[in-house]
Design a protein around this ligand. Structure first.
Ligand code: SF4
Length: 141
């Protein structure tokens, strides 16, 4: 097993998450952290610094100003890391697709491992996306 695969294997057990939400993007993850779905049951813990995070949850429309902060956050995260983009706004700009200062597609600015469609996405879709990330990491062994 390579060193990188061994590091990635750690992600299978638990991931620490850093959240970067703009606008109503925050509301997308509220059901996931709430008591009904409770992402902590799966070892997903929100951390206060990108330097400790394995995964970046990013949602909401990103402006030309805020995307610079998102890039800075991404650069601070140690490898291996995953970016999970939630909602239509990260994929297309959403309802702000024709705004002069809103980006259209997040992976033109930072690498995205998985997009979760919806406005907002269902909690089931968020967990399915996270499970796919875990499976992908497992297959890298
Ligand atoms: S996808 Fe919908 S819920 Fe999410 S930030 Fe955009 S408008 Fe808000």
């Amino acid at each position: 097993m390579t060193e990188k695969a061994m590091k990635m294997k750690k992600l299978i057990k638990s991931i620490w998450v850093f959240n970067w939400f703009n606008s109503c993007g925050f509301a997308e993850l509220v059901p996931v952290v709430g008591s009904r779905w409770d992402m902590e049951r799966f070892g997903m813990i929100v951390t206060g610094t990108p330097r400790h995070a394995d995964a970046l949850f990013i949602s909401g429309y990103q402006t030309l100003k805020s995307i610079k902060k998102a890039q800075f956050i991404y650069e601070q995260m140690a490898e291996p890391k995953a970016v999970i983009a939630l909602g239509a706004c990260t994929m297309t700009g959403g309802i702000y697709w024709d705004s002069y200062n809103t980006i259209k597609r997040l992976d033109d600015y930072i690498p995205v491992n998985i997009y979760i469609p919806g406005c907002p996405p269902r909690p089931e879709a968020v967990f399915e996306a996270v499970a796919k990330i875990f499976k992908h990491v497992g297959e890298m062994e």
